[in-house]
Design a protein around this ligand. Structure first.
Ligand code: ZN
Length: 84
Protein backbone atom coordinates (compact mmCIF):
# COMPACT_ATOMS: atom_id res chain seq x y z
CA UNK A 1 0.00 0.00 0.00
CA UNK A 2 1.37 3.35 -0.96
CA UNK A 3 0.68 6.35 1.18
CA UNK A 4 3.01 8.78 -0.50
CA UNK A 5 1.23 8.96 -3.83
CA UNK A 6 0.92 12.69 -3.34
CA UNK A 7 4.66 13.18 -3.61
CA UNK A 8 5.99 14.70 -6.77
CA UNK A 9 8.32 11.79 -7.29
CA UNK A 10 10.45 11.58 -10.40
CA UNK A 11 10.28 8.61 -12.70
CA UNK A 12 10.70 5.36 -10.87
CA UNK A 13 14.35 4.52 -11.32
CA UNK A 14 13.87 1.04 -9.98
CA UNK A 15 12.29 0.11 -13.26
CA UNK A 16 15.40 1.12 -15.16
CA UNK A 17 16.95 -2.03 -16.47
CA UNK A 18 20.68 -1.64 -16.43
CA UNK A 19 22.54 -3.91 -18.80
CA UNK A 20 23.91 -6.90 -16.97
CA UNK A 21 26.94 -8.97 -17.68
CA UNK A 22 28.27 -12.12 -16.12
CA UNK A 23 31.57 -12.28 -14.31
CA UNK A 24 33.56 -14.99 -16.06
CA UNK A 25 35.04 -16.17 -12.76
CA UNK A 26 32.20 -16.34 -10.25
CA UNK A 27 29.44 -16.26 -12.88
CA UNK A 28 27.40 -13.75 -10.98
CA UNK A 29 25.31 -11.39 -13.03
CA UNK A 30 26.05 -7.79 -12.23
CA UNK A 31 25.35 -4.40 -13.72
CA UNK A 32 27.79 -3.67 -16.47
CA UNK A 33 28.97 -0.59 -14.60
CA UNK A 34 30.32 -2.76 -11.79
CA UNK A 35 32.37 -4.97 -14.03
CA UNK A 36 35.69 -4.48 -15.70
CA UNK A 37 35.82 -5.42 -19.35
CA UNK A 38 38.79 -7.06 -20.98
CA UNK A 39 39.31 -7.75 -24.63
CA UNK A 40 41.60 -10.36 -26.04
CA UNK A 41 44.29 -8.49 -27.89
CA UNK A 42 47.35 -9.64 -29.78
CA UNK A 43 49.43 -9.55 -26.61
CA UNK A 44 46.93 -10.96 -24.18
CA UNK A 45 44.09 -9.48 -22.23
CA UNK A 46 43.69 -5.76 -22.56
CA UNK A 47 41.73 -3.74 -20.07
CA UNK A 48 38.92 -2.01 -21.89
CA UNK A 49 38.32 1.01 -19.76
CA UNK A 50 35.69 2.55 -21.97
CA UNK A 51 34.01 -0.80 -22.63
CA UNK A 52 33.87 0.11 -26.28
CA UNK A 53 36.67 -1.92 -27.81
CA UNK A 54 35.66 -4.22 -30.61
CA UNK A 55 35.91 -7.93 -30.32
CA UNK A 56 34.91 -10.43 -27.73
CA UNK A 57 34.97 -9.06 -24.21
CA UNK A 58 35.24 -10.74 -20.84
CA UNK A 59 33.78 -9.20 -17.76
CA UNK A 60 35.17 -9.52 -14.27
CA UNK A 61 33.53 -8.20 -11.11
CA UNK A 62 35.34 -6.12 -8.53
CA UNK A 63 35.87 -9.06 -6.19
CA UNK A 64 39.55 -9.44 -5.34
CA UNK A 65 39.44 -13.19 -5.74
CA UNK A 66 37.91 -12.85 -9.17
CA UNK A 67 40.52 -10.31 -10.22
CA UNK A 68 43.32 -12.56 -9.06
CA UNK A 69 41.91 -15.58 -10.78
CA UNK A 70 41.24 -13.65 -13.93
CA UNK A 71 44.95 -12.80 -14.14
CA UNK A 72 45.46 -16.46 -14.91
CA UNK A 73 42.32 -16.77 -16.94
CA UNK A 74 42.84 -18.02 -20.43
CA UNK A 75 39.94 -17.84 -22.79
CA UNK A 76 39.38 -20.94 -24.82
CA UNK A 77 40.97 -19.90 -28.04
CA UNK A 78 40.12 -22.04 -30.96
CA UNK A 79 43.17 -22.75 -32.99
CA UNK A 80 42.49 -24.03 -36.41
CA UNK A 81 45.30 -26.04 -37.79
CA UNK A 82 46.57 -24.78 -41.06
CA UNK A 83 44.86 -21.42 -40.74
CA UNK A 84 46.88 -18.22 -40.36
ZN1 ZN B 1 33.34 -12.37 -9.96
Amino acid sequence: MRTNSGDAAPADEVNFTAPERMCVICRRRLPKAELARYVAGPSGMTFDEEKTMPGRGWYVCSDTGCRNRFAKFRPAVRRKKGVL
